[in-house]
Design a protein around this ligand. Sequence first.
Ligand code: PSU
Ligand code: MN
Length: 295
Amino acid sequence: MEHLIRVADDVQAALQEQRAVVALETTLVAHGFPAPSGIEVGLASEAAVRAAGAVPATIGVLDGRIVIGLGGDELERFTPDSRKLGPRDVAVCAVQRAVGATTVGGTMAAAAAVGIRFMGTGGLGGVHRGFPTPPDVSADLGACARIPAVIASSGVKSLLDVPATMELLETLGIPVLGYRVDTLPLFYAAEGGPPVSARVEDAAEVARIADAHWRLGGNAILVGRPPDESLDVTALIEEIVAEAHERDIVGQAVTPFVLSALHERSGGETRRVNADLIVANARLAGEIAVAFSRL
Ligand code: PSU
Ligand code: MN
């Protein structure tokens, strides 16, 4: 298993020199948007990380390797039929030489293997609504409990049970920081979420908190940055989640189903807001990583 992990040259150099690096996932590229628009969102996120002065490392599994820093046309290989990789799936996918798109949790697991501690995403996974049988709780939460990392997000995906997810984040010892807000953003909507555990004003403050939290043996920190443009799609989400339930869509298929139905029925509005917030969160992750490298 000599070459299980392939690290891009620029990422390797930045890590060696202790410069800022931000991990980005591939699930959004493969499963989060109607193909091929996920590729544009991925590339725009990389550009935003660079604009903040950090090096982007988009992560996925290709040709038997866990790739940290996908390059060239490689993002194009993350088509909708790629595997969706949570933390448990990354090693299996590499050994079986399948194409695998990493979720937040899968990305954290791979990033931790090379010492990357910052990432950006749209929304963290969490507790699915109605606590279905069997229960569906995203493995993102398990990864957050085990792996030290800062995740810049717009909260947790609002198709979930957000209050239940907040409770579980507290149980797992994960600080939930509101970026210039007092309540957790609801992904597409800025307002109306549960109170955060603390409000922060800038990237440097997040970096200092991360340093202190990790010295105490703490693991992930969730930073919630509200979307610049707010959309109220509460009713639409309820309708689509109920429909997923009726159609027996379960497990890993729920999130992609709900996101794509939302994109369709909102006339592309959720897709635009989702893409914008992902890119803005990537930039914020870059700013936090840069601030941390200067501590
Ligand atoms: N945020 C988005 N779109 C997405 C996701 C997050 O804006 O597609 C993905 C992330 O990869 C996250 C995953 O880790 O959804 C969680 O899926 P599940 O609830 O099935 O664990
Ligand atoms: Mn799930």
